[in-house]
Write a protein that binds this ligand. Structure first.
Ligand code: BES
Ligand code: ZN
Ligand code: MN
Length: 504
């Protein structure tokens, strides 16, 4: 939830002549004036950067200083927002600074801002990043709070944010960039909401209903397979993982048609609404955040929502499995063998390695449809988080070019990832004595053996897997996310799909 959503618009003309409750202007490290600072300073008859410097303002990333104009300016208050070093002002820096500024900007009803562009990267990217940052920076998950919390910023009261465009920008392009930023931020916020919602409420059926509601709103086709459908269809992994819970599993299918007859991009994501570990139960500490084990599913649902609104010329299908991993009386046990969609069997030696079991079915199901590529996202292994920490997702894949595309999309979206190898000689670790594969390997290289397990189910389709265990959920807040779900890597997937459209 982003609180009240402001209207965004574009205005041309001098920042000094812009009426607003708050005029937000950027500055670089030094401090060095960003666009509009000198002009507004002249109109107010003050050297703004010098004044700020005297007061200790350095222009570091996210630093913000407000100056009341005391009735002498068109804006009632001017705020100067630090972006850090000028030659490092990427769109991600702009997103981060805007995220930091959200708390201040949210105190005003009308906000006008200039956006630095021409530093690093094209101006449209900068404008989009600004919108994403300010909206995502205002994101709070307060649906379950009955009383307002005193030491937290109140919800934003802005109702309009105007971006001031210099003459060299075309107004249509600027409006388009604003709209893109809004669509992306809404999708990311929705993914955060789904992930933050407690598993008591966010069951597989809840996810399916949310998917259906979203699909109606944006015009996607949506089909939900129930437990009975899954049994009939031979989805033994999804059924197996769901057996220990009273909340029956689902498979959510979505379809976006934007690209004529071209082979579709296929997406899937892990939708374990709660991961207790099952009979191979986790300890209390490890379980605390396991409502977030459906972040891969949320990522793909949210990306589909944005894609439906951005309308790239490409076809996209999604098949998202969802189950709750609990140790009820009917739960699967270590040693059980499951038969997946398509017929392959897996021996379950650890019921806590459940994500790969439900994804196996979804991957096999998608591969049947002969898509151009398959991409999955999953909070799959603690090992990926150990390897890369919480800022980088891991990517593994059967296709070099596809892995590259995802790495590039992530870097450009401000959600970077790093590749791990699908080291084939580790394949022997998941050999089973009784089934086609077993669901765990040896102690080390756990992210890779999980990837190798998934690879068994994609056939010849180019495929890549994002292990987002580290990036999906943050125990501490950052520049544009509070503690909890981050929505990473929704922006990456959106960008990846859009670039796919441009290629074909
Ligand atoms: N959902 C977990 C992975 C996870 C751990 C995500 C921590 C986010 C934070 C996954 O289902 C799991 O339990 N994986 C096991 C696999 C092991 C049993 C082979 C793990 O990583 O320990
Ligand atoms: Zn899990
Ligand atoms: Mn698990």
């Amino acid at each position: 939830m982003v609180g009240s959503v402001p209207r965004f618009d574009v205005a041309t003309g001098s920042p000094a002549k812009q009426r607003a409750d708050l005029l937000l202007l950027p500055a670089f490290q030094g401090p060095e004036a960003g666009p509009g600072v000198r002009e507004v300073g002249r109109a107010l008859d003050v050297e703004i950067t010098a004044l700020l410097e005297e007061n200790g303002f350095r222009g570091s990333l996210g630093e913000i200083s407000t100056l009341p104009t005391l009735g002498r300016g068109e804006a009632r208050t001017v705020a100067v927002l630090g972006l850090g070093p000028k030659d490092e002002a990427t769109s991600e820096r702009i997103r981060r600074a805007a995220g930091r500024a959200a708390a201040t900007a949210g105190r005003y009803k009308t906000v006008a801002a200039t956006v630095p562009a021409g530093g690093k990267g094209p101006w449209r990217e900068a404008v989009q990043a600004f919108v994403e940052g300010i909206l995502l920076g205002a994101y709070r998950f307060d649906r379950y709070k009955v009383r307002p919390v005193e030491d937290e910023a109140p919800p934003p009261r802005w109702d309009r944010i105007t971006v001031l465009a210099p003459p060299r920008w075309d107004a249509k392009g600027a409006r388009e960039a604003l709209r893109r930023g809004e669509i992306v931020a809404e999708a990311v916020s929705w993914a955060r909401d789904l992930v933050n919602t407690p598993a008591l409420d966010a069951t597989p059926d809840f996810l399916a209903k949310e998917a259906r509601r979203m699909s109606r709103a944006v015009g996607l086709e949506c089909n939900v397979l129930t437990k009975a459908d899954l049994e009939k269809g031979g989805f033994g992994g999804i059924i197996g993982v769901g057996r220990g819970s009273e909340n029956p599993p689902r498979l959510i299918e979505l379809r976006y048609e934007g690209g004529g007859r071209g082979k579709p991009v296929a997406l899937t994501g892990k939708g374990v609404t709660f991961d207790s570990g099952g009979l191979s139960i986790k300890d209390a500490k490890q379980m605390e955040w396991m409502k977030s084990d459906m972040a891969g599913a949320a990522t793909m649902l949210a990306a589909m929502r944005a894609i439906a609104r951005l309308k790239p010329k490409v076809n996209v299908i999604a098949a998202i499995p969802s189950a709750e991993n609990l140790p009820g009386g009917a739960a699967i046990r270590p040693g059980d063998v499951l038969r997946h969609r398509g017929g392959k069997t897996s021996e379950v030696l650890n019921t806590d390695a459940e994500g790969r079991l439900i994804l196996a079915d979804a991957l096999a199901y998608l591969a049947e449809r002969d898509p151009a590529v398959i991409v999955d996202a999953a909070t799959l292994t603690g090992a990926a988080m150990i390897a890369l920490g919480q800022e980088l997702w891991a990517v593994m894949g059967s296709d070099r070019a596809l892995v590259r595309e995802l790495l590039d999309a992530g870097r450009d979206a401000g959600e970077p990832g790093w590749e791990l190898p699908l080291w084939t000689s580790y394949r022997k670790q998941i050999k089973s004595n009784v089934a086609d594969v077993k669901n765990i390997g040896d102690r080390y290289g756990g992210a890779i053996t999980a990837g190798l397990f998934l690879k068994e189910f994609v056939g010849d389709v180019p495929w890549a897997h994002l292990d987002i265990a580290g990036t999906a959920f943050a125990e501490k807040g950052g520049d544009y996310w509070p503690a909890g779900a981050t929505g990473n890597p929704v922006r990456t997937v959106i960008r990846f799909v859009e670039r796919r459209a441009r290629r074909s």
